[in-house]
Design a protein around this ligand. Structure first.
Ligand SMILES: [Zn+2]
Length: 139
């Protein structure tokens, strides 16, 4: 499986996870809030991304690339043009997880990924499917 395919399943899962967590059940869990600017967007929109707190390193790899704690619903503007919106993202992470988890993610960033791309792809394809089923969603 290609990294982009695995990442697409992972992103869909993250956006649905955040839509459910943000409790927008009246719109069939369609909407997510950007973790760094608060913009509300459809999880099906091209503007909604699964944005990384710690992005891929210089070598193109990170031990936390597929760590669910490291990835949250984020708008295209914050993710691409503001390069993750670092300061705001740090504040969000501090509030959501606390500094101990941030330190753990920073350490694990330098370690090899615990699973292969194929394993992540299959895992998140299934997790996405299960989450949709649990909440009776067609998409
Ligand atoms: Zn944003």
């Amino acid at each position: 499986m290609k990294l982009s395919t695995a990442n697409s399943y992972f992103s869909k899962y993250i956006l649905l996870r955040d839509a459910i967590k943000q409790n927008n059940q009246y719109q069939a869990y369609e909407f997510v809030t950007c973790c760094t600017c608060g913009k509300i967007m459809s999880r099906f929109s091209k503007n909604s991304h699964a944005g990384h707190f710690i992005s891929k390193g210089m070598g193109g790899s990170s031990g936390v690339y597929f760590d669910e704690r490291n990835v949250n619903a984020q708008c295209h503007n914050c993710n691409k043009w503001l390069q993750g919106n670092g300061v705001e993202y740090f504040l969000f992470m501090q509030e959501k997880y606390g500094i101990a988890i941030i330190d753990e993610l920073r350490r694990k960033h330098h370690l090899p990924r615990p699973h292969s791309i194929d394993e992540y792809g299959i895992m998140y394809r299934e997790k996405y499917k299960e989450l949709k089923k649990k909440y009776h969603l067609r998409k």
